[in-house]
Design a protein around this ligand. Structure first.
Ligand SMILES: C[S@@+](CC[C@H](N)C(=O)[O-])C[C@H]1O[C@@H](n2cnc3c(N)ncnc32)[C@H](O)[C@@H]1O
Length: 348
């Protein structure tokens, strides 16, 4: 896969960063941005807070580059209003709130709004206090979602304890879920793998899913847990992979699978589809030129693709995916070293 250097020139930190604690260079950067090293607290309105996905702090820090001000747990304080792809959620209007006690903190937060979640940081020694504040706040339902049941994305505020007497809180965040992590009641019996969670999460957070009867083209489908989701939604699935689907998926009545390469298909062969899906393991640049073909030919209404990275991420390439009109990029809770690209064709 991609061998290009991942860091943005003049922006990144000049080398690959792996999970927190695994890489001495990353440990050095995290230490450099330790909250104690800030001379003054950043002014409200001048920064946002971005929560790194577990094990992917390096990707977020690299994407944010020189705008990083401080790191506390998985929370990265960064100048400006950027919306990094590698953030699990972003706190849009963080404010400093002096607090005299646990009950004072709960009173001040609940005066702002009802729904809050604490960002916990093992290293801070303040987790117990942060949790006690959470317990003193109005109760927020935390049960895992059941896919298919109605879900209303209520706004979720987020806070962390900067120290015993200071809360950093934002009433507005980009995700209705605590730390941006979505949990489902899982099905461990029917799908042939856990990748189905990517579709469940995507359909939940983007708020769009294929309607029954929709024509879905699925590239890189084996062993078939996405196919299982699409088949159960009542869509017509045409899937392709170099490998076969699990037999119980291939025998679904609305699934047609063929063996071959997803790159051998082109819009003139497939015709227009309602949804294009790709979970193929491939170079991101190959995927980009594939989706561009379908966009240029107006051959898909929606697309949902996993952009997979082997080692380095090419930020220019990610920016190229993000700049496509009608596209969004997210790091899903169940994405590992990959991003999810969602596209809806703009009205003509
Ligand atoms: C991560 S798996 C897909 C998992 C699948 N979404 C599921 O839910 O079960 C990636 C798949 O991409 C397939 N693949 C890799 N290159 C491909 C290509 N050029 N054309 C079609 N499939 C490809 C692999 O054979 C593999 O089955």
């Amino acid at each position: 896969m991609s061998s290009e250097k991942g860091s943005r020139s003049g922006k990144g930190h000049g080398r690959r960063l792996h999970g927190l604690g695994e890489d001495p260079e990353l440990a050095r950067i995290v230490a450099r941005y330790a909250p104690e090293r800030l001379e003054t607290l950043p002014e409200e309105g001048s920064f946002c807070v971005h929560i790194a996905p577990r094990g992917l702090m390096g990707q977020l820090v690299e994407e944010l580059g020189d705008s990083v001000l401080a790191i506390r747990g998985r929370a990265v304080l960064a100048r400006g209003e950027s919306r990094p792809c590698w953030a699990q959620t972003s706190w849009l209007h963080p404010a400093w709130i002096p607090v005299a006690s646990i009950s004072d903190a709960a009173r001040k937060l609940s005066a702002i709004q009802r729904r809050w979640s604490a960002h916990l940081d093992r290293e801070s020694g303040l987790n117990r206090r942060a949790t006690l504040i959470e317990e003193a706040l109005p109760r927020v339902k935390r049960t895992p979602l059941v896919f298919g049941e109605e879900f209303t994305p209520h706004p979720m505020g987020a806070y962390l304890l900067w120290n015993k007497e200071l809360v950093l809180a934002s009433a507005e965040t980009t995700s209705p879920f605590a730390d941006g992590e979505v949990h489902f009641v899982e099905n461990r019996e029917d799908p042939p793998g856990r990748a189905y969670l990517k579709l469940w999460e995507s359909f939940t957070i983007f708020g769009v899913r294929p309607a029954p009867g929709a024509l879905c083209l699925e590239l890189g489908a084996a062993p078939g847990s996405w196919t299982w989701v699409l088949g159960n939604l009542g869509t017509r699935v045409f899937s392709i992979d170099k490998a076969p689907l699990a037999p119980h998926i291939e025998s679904m009545p609305n699934v047609n699978h063929c063996l071959g390469s997803g790159f051998a298909l082109t819009p003139d062969l497939t015709g227009r589809v309602d949804w294009l899906f790709s979970d193929m393991i491939c170079y991101p640049e190959r995927l980009l030129s594939l989706v561009r073909q379908y966009i240029d030919a107006r051959a898909m209404r929606h697309a949902l693709c996993t952009i997979k990275f082997q080692s380095d991420e090419d930020h220019n390439l990610i920016a190229a995916f993000a700049s496509i009109e009608g596209a969004k990029i997210r790091h899903l809770s169940c994405n590992k070293h990959e991003l999810t690209w969602f596209y809806t064709e703009p009205e003509a």
